[in-house]
Design a protein around this ligand. Structure first.
Ligand code: DGY
Length: 326
């Protein structure tokens, strides 16, 4: 298998990369920033395997330029950066890394919820600005988390892991998702229609994949249904929220605050009006960023890549239809 050429679009944790290197001819992009699309296109011509990140656009043109490509392995659970239909049409399996990042991402969604509700970044800025003069009965008062109502939109692995954390805080949990309602009930949550969830929740946490159907899923209409005291948390993908509508809702205090780990585009431009708001906490897409989890994601991406090179079924494949066509 060592004649197989594999391009890895960034340095990965060493154990995973070393393992891959033992089985193929490896080309690792060692810049901090992703390779340009033109570079990807040029490299694609001779590749058998591509191990990429969510920052790499793998579209139909790129796949067409890669006649020997046997596998695309994305080091992420989300794969909206890949034209999966085009890969399937070419019989190329696409792998992702579900499961290993679930708990870490849920920890972070909850951290974001708590930081936003209790105004932690704002309180730190307050100290650094020399504004802490005394204990005051109303200064920096936030919203209670315990006993509040959490609406979870998208009740897959990460949504469920967030619900488990919320249960520990005695929260009422509402869910809106494609999965069956019994599933939510079994987790102690109440499945409901989107509008009911938006109207009743004190916190709304998004756990949807980005697809044609979910793009701008939360727009002006949905934000207008939320309580003026409600907080929106997004650790899914920036594209599921209409950011202009969100900016207006936050600016006009139509909702209280937002905690965003993801934006559209990424990185968020420093000129984005969202960054001017005291009630919007924006973080640089780090929900899965624990040392242990990133190491596991890299190993899983290598497992998928190696399986694809061997012509075996990928352990976690997002387009299993490629196997039925064979
Ligand atoms: C994913 O895996 O899709 C996350 O967004 C990155 O951790």
């Amino acid at each position: 298998m060592s004649q197989h050429k594999v391009f890895v679009t960034r340095e990965l944790p060493a154990p995973a990369l070393d393992r891959l290197a033992r089985h193929c001819e490896l080309d690792v992009w060692d810049d901090f920033l992703p390779p340009d699309y033109a570079i990807l296109l040029q490299k694609a011509q001779s590749l058998s395997g591509l191990l990429c990140l969510l920052t790499d656009r793998i579209d139909a043109r790129l796949l067409a330029a890669a006649p020997h490509l046997k596998v695309v392995s994305n080091m992420a659970v989300g794969y909206d950066n890949i034209d999966v239909a085009a890969a399937s049409a070419r019989g190329i399996p696409v792998g992702n890394t579900p499961g290993v990042l679930t708990e870490t991402t849920a920890d972070f969604a909850f951290a974001l919820l708590m930081a936003t509700a209790r105004r932690i970044p704002e309180a730190q800025r307050y100290i650094h600005a020399g504004r802490w003069q005394t204990w005051h009965p109303t200064v920096l008062s936030g919203r209670d988390i315990h006993g509040a109502c959490l609406g979870i939109i998208g009740f897959g692995r990460i949504g469920q892991a967030v619900a488990r954390r919320a249960a520990g805080f005695g929260m009422r949990i509402l869910t809106h998702s494609r999965s069956d309602r019994e599933h939510s009930r079994a987790a102690g949550a109440e499945p409901c229609e989107l509008d009911d969830l938006l109207e009743q929740s004190d916190f709304v946490s998004l756990h949807l994949p980005l697809t044609h159907e979910t793009r701008q899923f939360i727009g002006a209409r949905e934000l207008a249904l939320m309580k003026p005291t409600a907080i929106l948390i997004n650790t899914a993908r920036g594209g599921v929220v209409d950011q202009t509508a969100l900016y207006e809702a936050l600016r006009d205090k139509a909702i209280l605050a937002a905690g965003l780990d993801v934006t559209d585009p990424e990185p968020i431009p420093l000129s984005s009006p969202l960054l001017t708001l005291e009630n919007c906490l924006v973080l640089p897409h780090i929900a899965s960023a624990s040392v242990a989890t990133r190491a596991k994601m890299a190993q899983m991406a290598v497992d998928n890549c190696l399986a694809g090179l061997r012509g075996e079924r990928l352990p976690t494949c997002v387009n299993a239809e490629v196997y039925s066509k064979r």
